[in-house]
Design a protein around this ligand. Structure first.
Ligand code: DP6
Length: 323
């Protein structure tokens, strides 16, 4: 009753910020993302009848909020398998946790993959995605690889791969500007934005057009068009965050300096664009061949602590011969 799974974080190009319903953690809008194959979460799930409750260690630490989300996902898996045993869950990220690098997405994608594997379940991908979504709305996107589209359909969400990593081998450079966890979780931040930002309604109303434009750009492999819509959608989400009360200011001075640097590089003819999630790190998406130059340029920006390079990655999978 034990299995180990690996999943990669993803970064949204057309983003999810806000919920249609708290029950089922249904997003207000669809989203389009890239899976970052160079960063990984490895999670083991061990169902053990001797345990009185689920025990969850994330990078060696226990956190009640994470444990209750994990238990919600595991309860559904236990229900599918007709098993009541509690589980010991160990999860490790090889990148900074909870600082806007989508660790919850890779974490819950790895969790449900390992949990289903440990119970010997062969669930339909759609069911697994619904269980992962309870943990984190962006987690279903990490179950698949490459470029992934998540859309709302009735009372659920559906994910599909739009391009495999080999179809359009984009590279991502991550500029890390702060290593600690963020002050406000996405879940709490979204709830606050829905209630208080005067821009939230326009964010939702204009989102369908952004998603269509992003999807068309990926399908046509039109990098300039993707750069245009991804930067616009990112800044629009941050406009909602900034106008939330109390405000959600995820950027540091180094974040902003990186955004300027990426725009300068593009003006100089380098095919790169930026995006930033609910944290201070900047992700620079590059056409093949320029990631080395972009990484060097961002490493030289004052305040950048570390630069990571990543190709597109595969979806979550069980690790064979887990020990
Ligand atoms: C800014 O998936 O972390 O990264 O569903 O409440 O767990 P919950 O939120 P989460 O939010 C991701 C927000 C984002 C944008 C995105 O990834 O689309």
């Amino acid at each position: 009753m034990r299995a180990v799974a690996v999943a990669h974080p993803n970064v949204a190009l057309v983003k999810y910020w806000g919920k249609r319903a708290r029950a089922g953690n249904l997003p207000a809008t669809g989203s389009l993302s890239l899976v970052l194959g160079g960063l990984a979460t490895e999670t083991s799930v061990d169902f053990d009848p001797a345990l009185a409750r689920d025990r969850v260690l994330l990078d060696g630490r226990e956190d009640p909020e994470t444990t209750s989300r994990v238990t919600a996902c595991l309860d559904l898996l236990r229900g599918e398998a007709g098993v009541s045993a509690r589980a010991a869950v160990l999860s490790r990220n090889d990148f900074p946790t909870g600082a806007g690098l989508a660790s919850s997405a890779s974490g819950f994608a790895a969790l449900v993959t390992a949990g289903a594997g440990a119970l010997g379940l062969h669930l339909k991908p759609q069911r697994l995605a619904e269980i992962a979504r309870l943990g984190s709305g962006s987690a279903p996107r990490s179950l698949l690889g490459g470029v992934v589209l998540l859309t709302n359909r009735g009372q659920t969400t559906v994910c599909e791969q739009v391009a495999a990593p080999a179809d359009w081998p984009l590279e991502i450079v991550v500029a890390v500007t702060t290593s600690g966890p963020k002050a406000t979780s996405s879940r709490e931040g979204m709830a606050r934005s829905e209630q208080t930002s005067p821009y939230y309604d326009s964010w939702v109303q204009t989102h369908g057009g952004d998603l269509e434009a992003g999807l068309a750009a990926v399908r046509a492999r039109d990098f300039p068009a993707l750069a245009d819509i991804a930067e616009h959608n990112c800044l629009k989400m941050h406009a909602v965050m900034l106008t939330t009360r109390p405000p959600l200011i995820y950027w540091t001075p180094a974040t902003l300096a990186c955004l300027h640097r990426v725009q300068e590089l593009r003006r100089d003819g380098v095919p790169v664009f930026f995006t930033v999630d609910a944290g201070p790190q900047v992700k620079a998406v590059c056409l093949p061949g320029v990631a080395g130059d972009v990484a060097a340029a961002l490493a030289a920006v004052p305040g950048v602590l570390q630069v990571l390079r990543s190709p597109l990655g595969e979806g979550a999978r069980l690790r064979a011969n887990a020990d």
